[in-house]
Design a binder for this molecule. Structure first.
Ligand SMILES: Nc1ncnc2c1ncn2[C@@H]1O[C@H](COP(=O)(O)OP(=O)(O)OP(=O)(O)O)[C@@H](O)[C@H]1O
Length: 625
């Protein structure tokens, strides 16, 4: 066979249904496409005036109107932009995927700015057929002596075009809504879709129900109302940060997110080079009742693209609320495309850097406020650290931890006292009430504990240990006996060994735990006993519990529990003296000591608690009798 070279041909009858059905995943997008075509038409007209090609004679009232006619089942998109000549309809509408916007930009590229024009692919208009059986265009170009054009298409590959009747400049697209689009004949639905996609578009957008009875006053006179635009044509993020007041930022937040709790603070993003990006990111107040996710709305030249696009906005920032407008991103955002897109990654890195910069500035210049915000932003920062190593590197020095005295310290500040030691211990509590005894004992020894009660803290601690391998986090009830030892008391190792063995036998029997270890120490604390755990073993157990909760098979790990008895305490001394004895007191005392030690360590089971209360009453009765 001889070699052949040629161009591929497209069979329009087959490709058209594909465009209609699968071009966009959401049907409501036709509203965005037609309104943004209207806005583009106005922008182009103004641009032509700016370039001295036409004179609009001071005309200022530009708009896009959406007219709803339920009786005729039509939706009309009307604009007073530049309109189209017959030639232009032929070129831009009849040729699918030929964009007049691209053509316009190319034609005038040396004469002015290129941004602001939204259209790109030359496909958006055809999204009308996702909901309409028939689409008509009535248009009149701005050009001198232009003839109005009427165009009609029934959704196949045939169209009709003739001279029209439109007498004012601009374009009217009439959609005869079919069965698939009936929901869009409801004013409420239309309004919410326009608000979703078009709330920051650059020209006023009006919605009118042509059959709506006008409002009348009590004398039956029609109340004339100024039509109200559904959009904000000058969203705050477009202004320069130094021109915005705090009140304006708060109001923009309330209006955009319908959240009436004030945000904590915000970051105004404003970048022109190497890419164009504007936006505002708000740090919302954290409410444990209202755990709703944040919301980051992505726009392209003031046209809404989608919420929470993970490829552009780092996942951990999705806990924030904000608006980001990036005209350089393609409007038809396909996520799989963005995933591998270097540009999307650059945008994402820039946003992460800006957030880290803001947090660093707050820490340096307003530490008091930063500490105040920590309750609200701490979980977000921890999540960010776990998700993004670069973010960790940027903010590792400004991570703060709440102490049991409600103060805040950095890891460096906490470890300051241990600076000469090779191994550094960070004590923390996961439950300030339950673990209060341990916290107090450490405090009596001059050791402060950090409060780490969030479910995410387990992972956070492990992460910090991995990054700082000389630092070890230890829960307050971990093996702390060494720290609390009274080193001044002389020890008799051999004698202690024997006593310890007999006490261990006794407590193993009482607790029913054959793995229980007993340690005999001279403690500085005024308690008879405490239970301590191996930190690693406890973490392992908790990990297994989490695995099991997520449906994995049972892999229980035996607990490494140690009962530390304080040799200096009179009750322990009594037990030591009577350990071999079978008396009423020796039946009650060790059990009570064991339960009390357990009680300040964790909750007793219902049976253990019942037994403990009964025994306590018995002891009290004995004291009285
Ligand atoms: N309301 C309008 N007024 C004037 N020209 C219009 C209007 N609507 C569409 N056009 C012309 O038809 C062209 C094709 O429109 P279409 O919506 O299909 O594509 P686009 O806007 O260029 O790109 P995209 O597919 O990204 O929306 C436009 O570029 C424009 O030249």
């Amino acid at each position: 066979m001889s070699k052949e070279v040629g161009s591929l041909s497209i069979h329009s009858e087959n490709i058209f249904p594909i465009i209609k059905k699968w071009l966009y995943s959401d049907h409501d997008i036709f509203i965005r496409e037609l309104i943004s075509n209207g806005c583009d038409a106005i922008t182009k007209l103004k641009r032509l005036e700016g370039m001295g090609e036409i004179d609009l004679k001071g005309e200022k009232n530009f708009y896009v109107k959406v007219l709803l006619d339920k009786e005729k089942k039509t939706l009309t998109f009307l604009d007073n932009g530049l309109g189209m000549t017959q030639e232009e309809v032929k070129k831009y509408i009849n040729q699918i995927a030929f964009s007049g916007a691209e053509d316009f930009i190319k034609k005038y590229k040396d004469k002015g700015e290129q941004d602001q024009i939204i259209g790109h692919f030359g496909l958006g208009f055809y999204s009308a057929f996702m909901v309409a059986d028939v689409v008509e265009i009535n248009t009149l170009s701005y050009q001198e002596g232009a003839v109005p054009v009427h165009w009609r298409c029934e959704g196949g590959t045939e169209f009709e075009m003739e001279e029209g009747t439109k007498s004012s400049r601009g374009t009217e697209i009439v959609l005869h809504i079919g069965e698939e689009g009936e929901e869009f004949l409801e004013e409420y639905t239309l309004r919410s879709v326009i608000e979703k996609y078009c709330s920051f578009m650059p020209y006023p957008i009006y919605l009118e129900d042509v059959h709506k009875e006008p409002e009348k006053d009590k004398d039956g006179n029609i109340i004339i109302k100024e039509p109200e635009a559904l959009n904000n044509i000058q969203p705050l993020y477009l202004k320069r940060p130094n021109e915005c007041t705090d009140e304006e930022y708060k109001e923009f937040y309330r209006e955009t997110f319908k959240d009436f709790k004030e945000p904590l603070f915000w970051i105004h993003l404003n970048m022109d080079y190497p890419f164009n990006l504007k936006g505002i990111l708000y740090f919302p107040r954290f409410s444990p009742v209202d755990m709703t996710e944040g919301q980051i709305k992505l726009y392209n030249s003031q046209v809404f693209v989608a919420d929470n696009i993970k490829e552009v906005i780092p996942e951990f920032l999705l806990l924030l609320k904000g608006v980001i407008d990036c005209p350089d991103l393609p409007l038809n955002v396909s996520r799989s495309f963005l995933q591998n897109d270097g540009f999307a990654k650059k945008v994402s890195n820039y946003i992460t850097k800006k957030v880290a910069d803001k947090l660093n500035a707050l820490y340096k210049n307003e530490r008091e406020n930063y500490e105040k915000y920590w309750e609200d932003i701490g979980h977000f920062i921890k999540y960010g650290i776990l998700k993004d190593d670069k973010f960790y590197e940027r903010i590792k020095d400004i991570l703060i931890f709440k102490t049991t005295d409600s103060k805040y310290v950095t890891l460096e500040e906490y470890l300051e006292r241990q600076k000469d030691q090779e191994e550094k211990n960070v004590f923390y509590t996961t439950d300030q009430t339950q673990q209060s005894q341990y916290i107090q004992m450490l405090k009596d020894n001059g050791i402060e504990s950090l409060v780490l009660t969030h479910p995410m803290d387990a992972a956070f601690i492990s992460f910090l240990e991995m990054k700082n391998n000389h630092v070890h986090f230890k829960r307050v009830d971990s093996d702390i006996a060494d720290l609390l030892k009274d080193k001044e008391v002389q020890e008799n190792k051999e004698e202690d060994r024997k006593i310890r063995e007999s006490l261990e036998k006794l407590f193993k029997k009482i607790s029913g735990k054959k793995d229980l270890k007993v340690q005999l120490e001279n403690l500085k604390a005024k308690i008879p006993a405490m239970v301590v755990l191996s930190e690693d073993n406890r973490r392992m157990q908790e990990l297994m519990e989490r695995y099991q909760a997520s449906g994995m098979e049972n892999m229980s790990i035996p607990s490494e529990e140690t009962l530390v008895l304080n040799k200096k305490h009179s009750l322990v001394q009594y037990m030591i003296a009577h350990v071999e004895e079978e008396s009423e007191l020796m039946n009650l005392l060790p059990k009570q000591i064991y339960d009390l030690a357990m009680l300040s360590h964790k909750q007793l089971s219902p049976e253990e608690m019942t037994e403990f209360i009964q025994r306590s009453n018995e002891i009290l009765e004995k004291m009285v009798s």
